[in-house]
Write a protein that binds this ligand. Sequence first.
Ligand code: SF4
Length: 220
Amino acid sequence: MATLEHLNSEVISCRTCPRLVEWRERVAQEKKAAYSEETYWGKPVPSFGDPAAHLLIVGLAPAAHGANRTGRMFTGDRSGDFLFAALHRLGYASQSIAVSREDGMELSGAYITAPVRCAPPQNKPTAKEQLNCRHFFQEELELLKNVKVILALGAIGYSAIAKEFDLRPKPKFEHGLEVQLQSEMVLLCSYHVSQQNTFTGRLTEDMFDSVLHRARELGG
Ligand code: SF4
């Protein structure tokens, strides 16, 4: 029987995209000076969270020295620092800091995934790579039976969700966008929690907390 656990084990062993396989493994060998003593994960990154989640958070792809190093979504980089701190404030995360797969972090009511599971160069997966990875996301949506709210972090996550739910016309991506999906679910959008947004003030803690509060109101 298909389970999220089984799906994640398939993700971890995937080698479908040659460019991404080469990149993720090269980064894991070369490493960043600050992490030279660490063993990088260097594989596709599985999703993470509560299988009974009402809130599904959809990012972009693992960061080269973040999740590609630690092996857990959003763990070990500035984006994750911002995201997990907010999830902790709102009661979804057991702790505010995520540093490794063994740090004790547990999510309650939330599940984190991405449309692309391997770190891409310049954080830019190609259209073909997104297409290759799409079936994992589709299978995950089938298996997450209790999701009420899908939160897209950034335009790529939003596009992946819009494609799955055949949104037509597709509303233009913007922070705070809220779309009723054909099912009972609601799609919410936020700017991505990347440093480019959080260090420049484009996305503040208050702005992101507001989106999470709205997700809670909607049953997520
Ligand atoms: S991006 Fe997805 S489809 Fe491509 S190698 Fe990684 S896990 Fe496989």
